[in-house]
Design a protein around this ligand. Structure first.
Ligand code: ADP
Length: 305
């Protein structure tokens, strides 16, 4: 066992499964773990003396911070995390890497540059370019996604070019940015969540969409079970996490006719579904990673772009 140290879990929900499990795993290994609500943290920025305040208290710097920052509070949450980084605290995932991964378009651009397989994706501004945008990703059936969506919300399968054009018009009407994407039909409504810690996929699960649905999100009734992944899938997941600069990542992969394609790299992957499906102590692996690799005062930006 490593020498005990202090860890803050930056999370709004002490009762959430993932937060609870991380706290439990940390305490089991003798560490002093505290849940801190990022929205109740405020910062004092002054030359050479960064501080984080919390409900009237000036926080002493822990050794490590585990960010569990919800997508809706990314801006504030990463600002607080950055302040901890300024204090020399080891972040399980860095603020810059979280910011990168929360931007779907930027993530795909960074992954594509390094040769990671992706569904062919288009992004356009003007409705005048609709026809060519649709053509450029291979035409219908195709997927349209709101850039800001999570949990499968705002992800639409357009079966015909006309349907695609109508959805695009609707998104334009809402002044919302969206991606147009090649539909990976051959995956049959399934995708694989690879759970990456450091440079390893520690476990993976297959998620299958329910009958009549193409989105496999568990929030949409998808079902999860364990699966053995191929060496190619394993290295794709590890490389994707590395390119984003994440130590902890949930990399979603689909099996396409042109090899594994990455859909998304999630910086706060939930533990409930995957611990349930695989019976693994993932929270324990996360704490062990920090014990082994957490270094105070060594924050620097990893990943690219
Ligand atoms: P979210 O971040 O909202 O979960 P995703 O991009 O991961 O959005 O899409 C949600 C689900 O829709 C995926 O888990 C997958 O099952 C399905 N899906 C997304 N993109 C495609 C695609 N290009 N081809 C086939 N299915 C897709």
């Amino acid at each position: 066992m490593a020498d005990p140290f202090s860890i803050y879990v930056l999370s709004r929900g002490p009762k959430l499964y993932s937060t609870r499990r991380i706290v439990e795993a940390g305490r089991e290994r003798g560490h002093d773990v505290r849940v801190v609500d990022p929205l109740r943290c405020y910062v004092r920025i002054s030359a050479n003396r960064p501080e984080v305040h919390y409900k009237g208290e000036v926080l002493t710097a822990p050794k490590a911070v585990i960010p569990r920052i919800g997508a809706s509070v990314t801006f504030y949450g990463t600002a607080v995390l950055r302040q901890f980084e300024m204090m020399g605290v080891f972040p399980l995932n860095e603020s810059v890497a979280i910011g990168r991964s929360r931007d779907k378009l930027r993530s795909l651009q960074l992954l594509a540059r390094r040769g990671i397989g992706l569904p062919v994706t288009g992004f356009a501004y003007s409705p005048d370019d609709n026809d060519d945008l649709i053509r450029s990703v291979g035409g219908a059936p195709m997927v349209l996604k709101l850039l800001e969506g999570t949990q499968g919300k705002g992800v639409v399968l357009a079966e015909t070019n006309n349907a695609a054009a109508s959805v695009i018009d609707a998104f334009h009407g809402l002044k919302a940015y969206f991606l147009a994407q090649e539909y990976i039909k051959e995956a049959g409504g399934s995708d694989i969540r690879c759970f990456v810690v450091g440079d390893k996929v520690i476990t993976s699960m297959l998620r299958q969409a329910k009958e009549g649905e193409f989105r496999s999100n568990v929030h949409r009734g998808g079902e999860a079970r364990t699966i053995r992944i191929t060496p190619d899938e394993r290295s794709t997941a590890v490389r994707a996490a590395k390119i984003m600069g994440l130590n902890l990542a949930g990399v979603d992969i689909m099996r396409s006719s042109h090899g594994p394609v990455v859909l998304e790299v999630n910086s706060s992957p939930g533990l409930e579904g995957i611990e349930g499906a695989t019976n693994k102590d993932i929270a324990g692996s996360i704490i062990q990673f920090i014990e082994k690799h957490g270094r105070v005062g060594k924050t620097r930006t990893r990943g690219t772009g």
